[in-house]
Ligand binder design. Structure first.
Ligand code: ASP
Ligand code: MG
Length: 401
């Protein structure tokens, strides 16, 4: 399985280069199924067009529109492959048998049939599939959410029992931090599914989160690499306990979150349940939650949400605040989150202490903290985040020599 992102197929030169590579893989004796994204910024342009003609584009029609982007790249790539003397057939998500639920704009894959792909491969051809799309159980065209082509590729790789899923992109792999902020960040040779999940969820932008969940659940080895240099990239695979690994694999950051606080809510059972049920019902993904110590029977509840959901969150929070007699709702979008990730954390105490010490030495104030068994995240002021990432990268020994 080979997947090519938008920059990898952005123009005719790129499409020809990809065709050369795909054909070379095929000629070397591999069965090749290819998934493509839309060319360059094509999807963004379609989204803009939709909002130009409609204040609130209907979900079904928006999905119908957006899937057109991948149709263009898949058919162009097939033409280029056929020119090189190899049989190639393109398929939409629907034709490939990618069946999803009915949630337009962020549909979940329920089943991957792949019969027509198997037929083409059996004929000795190359199958090219449009990423990011499927057909719902009620027979409408759906999309999987932005960046969803990664998920198409991994799901198809699992269904076809592909040896590997190569994700070709415009960076050489997964780095220990964002190289735009940390110039001496280094490329990781390998990273475990769990670490990659934490990275994707906390600001690592190379792989879509859902594709990593799929890869882990089905054990698909993923190789993230560059279609510009074609060099060896980063393997995302099962954790190998026999390998001596650095304690920390990477530092991620995310600036697109906002903090919401509900002040002076009654400290009694059921208040948090009511608030977070209402947020969940509005499809708002809450990340960190902090409830402070109760004073005189009252407590404050703070949580973070994606900035894009802030307006809706405030609406819901104010409604619930009124119902439970809280004194108010405040918001702060001038925050960012920095996370330290590493499977080695499980067996190495003191990582949290070290992280907080580093931040304190840099004069960075911590607003909120959350952890998993292999991640520690701190919410800090947005203006402090780059300094925080750089100093943590150095302190945990990740800087290149
Ligand atoms: N073309 C879609 C997007 O831009 C899907 C993808 O590229 O993965 O979000
Ligand atoms: Mg992408």
């Amino acid at each position: 399985m080979q997947k090519f992102g938008g920059t990898s197929v952005a123009d005719p030169d790129r499409i020809r280069a990809v065709a050369d590579h795909v054909v070379a893989t095929h000629n070397a004796g591999s069965e090749v199924c290819v998934v493509v994204s839309a060319m360059g910024k094509a999807t963004d342009e379609l989204v803009r067009l939709a909002h130009d003609v409609s204040k609130n584009p209907a979900g079904r029609e928006l999905d119908m529109l957006l899937t057109a982007g991948e149709r263009i790249s898949m058919s162009l790539l097939c033409m280029a492959i056929i020119d090189r003397g190899v049989h190639a057939v393109s398929f939409t998500g629907s034709q490939a048998g990618i069946v999803t639920d009915t949630v337009h704009g962020k549909a979940k894959i329920l089943e991957v049939k792949g019969d027509r792909i198997r037929e083409v491969l059996a004929e000795g051809g190359i199958a090219v599939v449009a990423g990011f799309q499927g057909i719902s159980t009620s027979r409408d065209i759906t999309t999987l959410g932005r960046g969803g082509s990664d998920t198409t590729a991994v799901a198809l790789a699992a269904a076809l029992e592909a040896e590997t899923c190569e994700i070709y992109t415009d960076v050489p792999g997964i780095f220990t931090a964002d190289p735009r902020i940390v110039p001496n960040a280094t490329k990781l040779e390998r990273v475990s599914y769990d670490e990659m999940l934490e990275m994707a969820a906390t600001g690592g932008r190379v792989l879509a989160l859902r594709s990593v969940e799929f890869a882990r659940n089905y054990g698909v080895p993923v190789h993230v690499r560059s279609s510009f240099t074609w060099e060896h990239g980063t393997w995302v695979v099962e954790e190998d306990p026999s390998m001596e690994q650095a304690v920390i694999s990477g530092i991620t950051h995310e600036a697109s979150e906002a903090k919401v606080t509900i002040t002076r809510v009654d400290d009694r059972p059921g208040v948090a349940a009511r608030l977070f049920r209402a947020l969940a019902n509005s499809e708002i993904n809450v990340d960190m939650i902090v409830q402070n110590v109760s004073t005189e029977g009252h407590t404050d509840i703070s949580f973070t949400v994606p900035e894009s959901d802030l307006a809706r969150t405030i609406e819901v929070a104010e409604k619930i605040a009124g119902e439970v007699g809280a004194s108010g709702v405040s918001q702060d979008s001038d925050i960012a989150r920095v996370s330290v990730i590493g499977a080695g954390m499980r067996s190495n105490p003191g990582i949290a202490a070290q992280m907080f010490e580093v931040l304190s030495e840099e004069g960075v104030n911590i607003l909120m903290i959350s952890t998993s068994s292999i991640r520690i995240s701190c919410v800090v002021r947005a203006g402090d985040v780059e300094k925080a990432v750089r100093s943590l990268h150095a302190a945990f020994g990740l800087d290149a020599e």
